[in-house]
Design a protein around this ligand. Structure first.
Ligand SMILES: Cc1ncc(COP(=O)(O)O)c(C=O)c1O
Length: 405
């Protein structure tokens, strides 16, 4: 499939499009999002892509992505209440990627599993306690609840003294995965349906950090070694677990690793979420480039000096390590930067740089979030742009009155 070239809209074009909209507001450029979707499918080696709901947090856009291509299949969800709500809204093929201890929601899942044994959401487990929590809500007549083993995809360097990757599942080796699969087998009301291994140290870490060439080289070395180690271990784990259970799904990867994870035979499907909006942290990968597709606009409300434009709001920091890359990125007009002392503020954000001098009170500035879905926790609505107009305004999860995390 030919990947459409993403639109590169200027400040003046967005200003014309949003002339009637009062800032602050958030928006998604559907043309850019469509180009990003095609780019990701192009890297996925023909495998289906499960869509990470946490990175979109907007029901209308989840529907739109799933409708846009048959290779977008199912959702990777982030809490059990969210998963159950999505199931109620008619979404199918749901895989909850993070373990839950929410016994009330598990009881609801058990009811869903009776009503739809093969189609109820699959939940994540990595230890016996997760299985105990599920079993605790199941009555004698319950249908099996389907679970997915979370395999740690981290890279253990220096003989295990350095463990690189997200600190999530304790299940790392073939033996540990088989032991958990056996533990599941012993419990007749729990069915092992899937295995997931998410290599966050590859998928979620840009290998071209700006201004840090040595660090970039170290990241590329780590990612090459980690990908090679994981391909072997993941294949061995999948083969061993398949001796005990029929795995419907072997899930892996994220926006930043589609072409690497997709090349592994053991993997049946990939996941991507962030790449649809392409937030600022995804600007720094050598293997692909995406088009900025989501942003927010703030009004300039004061000019403390001729060279400074101070905008209302803007302190929408991304979760994670707390480094400056988690701050929002000034986008348009080009040539703006955050103030090193103040960063992005709770109620005001001073903007410096060449473009700040040309901004007046009443003008607007455009910024991008460092991560994807978290933008939606700040705004009720996303204005949707296509061509040179606003074609719709759709509620975020927050706009539907829902805050899952
Ligand atoms: C389990 C899992 N899979 C995949 C992803 C990739 O998501 P994205 O494409 O939004 O980076 C994540 C993100 O954190 C994740 O936790």
């Amino acid at each position: 499939m030919a990947v459409p070239s993403p639109p590169v809209r200027s400040y003046e074009e967005y200003e014309a499009i949003f002339a009637e909209v009062e800032a602050p507001f958030a928006f998604v450029d559907l043309d850019a999002m469509g180009a990003n979707a095609a780019e990701m499918l192009g890297r996925a080696a023909g495998k289906p892509i499960r869509v990470a709901s946490k990175s979109l947090r907007c029901r209308a856009l989840l529907e739109r992505v799933l409708r846009s291509d048959e290779r977008f299949q199912g959702l990777m969800t982030f809490t059990l209440p969210e998963t159950l709500w999505l199931a109620e809204q008619g979404f199918e093929n749901l895989l909850l990627a993070y373990p839950t201890t929410d016994v009330g929601a598990l009881s609801e899942l058990a009811l869903r599993s009776v009503a739809n044994p093969g189609g109820a959401p699959i939940v994540m487990v990595d230890c016996a306690e997760h299985l105990d929590a599920i079993e605790s809500v199941l009555g004698a007549g319950a249908a099996p609840v389907r679970v997915c083993i979370d395999l740690d995809a981290g890279w253990w360097a220096l003989g295990g003294r350095a463990k690189i990757g997200p600190k999530r599942s304790p299940v790392h080796s073939v033996e540990q995965a088989v032991a958990l699969a056996r533990e599941i087998e012993r419990r007749p009301q729990i069915e092992l349906a899937a295995l997931m291994a998410y290599e966050g140290q590859i998928a979620g870490v840009g290998d071209q950090p700006p201004g840090r060439r040595l660090r970039g080289a170290a990241i590329r070395f780590m990612q090459r070694r980690s990908a090679a180690e994981l391909a072997e271990r993941r294949a061995a784990v999948v083969a061993a677990v398949r001796e005990l259970a029929e795995l419907e799904i072997v899930n892996g990867g994220g926006t930043g690793s589609l072409e690497l994870t997709g090349a592994e035979d053991a993997v049946t499907e990939l996941t991507a979420g962030s790449g649809f909006y392409a937030p600022a942290l995804f600007d720094h990968y050598s293997r692909f480039s995406l088009a900025p597709a989501a942003g927010f606009a703030l009004p300039v409300v004061r000019k403390p000096a001729a060279s400074v434009a101070t905008a209302l709001g803007g302190g929408y920091l991304a979760s994670g390590s707390g480094d400056p890359a988690r701050l929002p990125a000034p986008w348009l007009p080009t040539g703006l930067q955050l103030d090193a002392e103040e960063g992005a503020g709770e109620v005001q954000t001073p903007l410096l740089g060449a473009a700040a001098s040309s901004l007046s009170v009443g003008d607007r500035v455009y910024l991008r979030h460092a991560k994807a879905g978290e933008l939606c926790e700040r705004f009720d609505l996303l204005h949707l742009v296509e061509g040179d107009e606003i074609v719709d305004a759709v509620p975020t999860y927050r706009g539907e009155g829902l805050t899952f995390l």
